[in-house]
Write a protein that binds this ligand. Sequence first.
Ligand code: 0PR
Length: 387
Amino acid sequence: MEDKGISKKEVFDDLKEFKKQDMNYRSGRILGSMCTCPHPVGVEAYTMFLESNLGDPGLFKGTKAMEDDVITMLGELLGKRDVCGHIITGGTEANIMAMRAARNSARILKGIRDPEIIVPKSAHFSFKKAADMLCLKLREADLDENYCMDMDSVKELLTDKTVAVVGVAGTTELGKVDPIEELSKICYKKNIYLHVDAAFAGFSIPFLNEMGYNFPKFDFNLPGVCSITIDPHKMGLAPIPTGGILFREKRYLKAMSVETPYLTEDRQSTIVGTRTGASTAATWALMKYMGREGYRKVAGKCMELTGTLAQGIRESGFKLVTEPQLNIVAFQSGNMSPDEIADLLKEKGWAVSIASYPRAIRIIVMPHLKEEHIKTFLMDLKDINHG
Ligand code: 0PR
């Protein structure tokens, strides 16, 4: 850092140069991201609460009231109004909190000292971080032919050290929904903590079901479900970073709370201390502004475009890995590797991602993608196959 500052104009001229190097969602060129253009109403609410710190909620009573409201609204969306939880940074923090709650609860109630967790092979890598940080043995269950968690494999992995089982509603790579009803039955009977990672689809499945889709049950209506991750910064259109973690019972938050001697709250359960209230304000504003109707439109449009994209991909001579269940399409080619396809698409200005299991091009049809983007993409894809 220099001794003397430069002018504001110079600063912003430099910032513009940096910004030019970034891609943006509005261009429609980002095809492999689970984030999207933040909705302007969320952005306005976010900027209004920039100084609000939920790490010291007694100073920001209004923001705290909004957080309580948002948690209730999210709980209602996911089958239980009287849940507790927090608005945090994203799916990673939510999953780490859930695993911490499960581990601590099992230590308190069952005296388990060498804890294990069972996650599907398709689980997000945040569970690897959680396992490492919390000293949990990570056991990965196989997937069935539809890339969902295989129940026989889960049953084989269960031991008396299992402190949590995780099911995913909307897997990161293929958008699949695990058999959470079956997981719930087993976990409820055995008194094992069940966490549902709905980071991606928590903001779409409930709305799609209202429109006549028929997704398998995954939420608090199932008695075994102890916590759910749901990310407003994915399909909820909130600015980054905005995650949500919901717990069925307060005791799970208590099991990981620590004393906060000089703050306006006595105990804190979140991982992060100083914690933005802006995310909470944005989520509150968006849920009020959009209503269920608004989110139905968003989720429905994404599914409609997913259908168009999947059909076009097939017609261009590529093979879908699996029939899309949500707004994620993964495909392969008979004569090119996914890396080769991704490189050719990159030359044409498209940023796709590559799924690891199985290796395939992966496209997430997020709300920033419009019909014209999909059409242009499909033309380029045809070119690649015939070029
Ligand atoms: N759980 C699931 C099911 C997820 O898909 C993700 C992220 C997480 C948890 C973790 O969420 P955070 O990244 O909010 O902590 N899934 C995306 C992924 O890893 C995240 C992402 C988003 C990646 C935008 C790239 C990107 O451009 O693919």
